[in-house]
Design a binder for this molecule. Sequence first.
Ligand SMILES: Nc1ncnc2c1ncn2[C@@H]1O[C@H](COP(=O)(O)OP(=O)(O)OP(=O)(O)O)[C@@H](O)[C@H]1O
Ligand SMILES: [Mg+2]
Length: 258
Amino acid sequence: MAVKLRVSGIGKDYLIPVIETVSFGVEAGEFVCLLGPNGCGKTTLLRIIGGIEPATRGAVLLDEQPVVAGDAPSRKVGVVFQEDRLLPWMTLEQNVALVLKPLGLGADARREVARRHLALAGLGGFEHYYPGRVSGGMRQRTAIARALAIEPDVLLMDEPFGALDAQNRRIMQTEVRRIWKETGRTILFVTHSIEEAVAIGTTLVMLSARPSRIRELIRNDGRVARGQLIDDLNTMIMEEVERQQGGAAVTPRAKERE
Ligand SMILES: Nc1ncnc2c1ncn2[C@@H]1O[C@H](COP(=O)(O)OP(=O)(O)OP(=O)(O)O)[C@@H](O)[C@H]1O
Ligand SMILES: [Mg+2]
């Protein structure tokens, strides 16, 4: 299959080196889950891939074209963040339609595309609700509909279900799998949950402690039993968390938790 996305020797230094070097390829239609200890640079890597932030080293190629940070927001990449980032004074439909404006669609076309994607995300009939009047799960579905409405080649999701309770989280995992199958999109999904990654990803990428490298890249093709895979990944992440805590650099967020 064609390589959709190539992450080639990406590295990032802030005051401290965060990502040492990360390389992997993503084929069209893959569902890649990115795992790793807190603060190892998962969000940073996603932002670099999405062209939101420049890398210190390396390159990202989307359909063999380099992703240039700060370029006009690329039509090809949709992003779903941990928080839904909806505008409370707009209906769900208006929130989705808003992102279609820069694409030059007329008002009727924008409405039609927004409604279609809300239906895809299981929100048919809720188009005229305001974000404050629907559940957290429904807001997150709206955020997914909004990201898909631009028909991106690649969908980047950064812990999109982190704020949901366990039940809603499971429902959304099933839903995102269904949407992935229906749309054939290529998805890169960051999660803290090993169970979640094993349940939904076709490929699992485990990053090491900061400055991160790839610790393990696993094809989740059923060859290793799920329980075994979850155990192996749990062992790996514990080792990486320990390694990171043993290091000299402590993130401000880790300090807060102390
Ligand atoms: N804009 C920035 N300026 C300086 N340092 C930053 C910036 N963004 C992130 N960092 C640092 O880079 C490191 C990685 O941050 P990042 O948010 O990418 O980690 P993460 O793996 O997503 O963490 P988490 O699991 O908590 O979401 C952290 O030490 C963080 O403090
Ligand atoms: Mg993060």
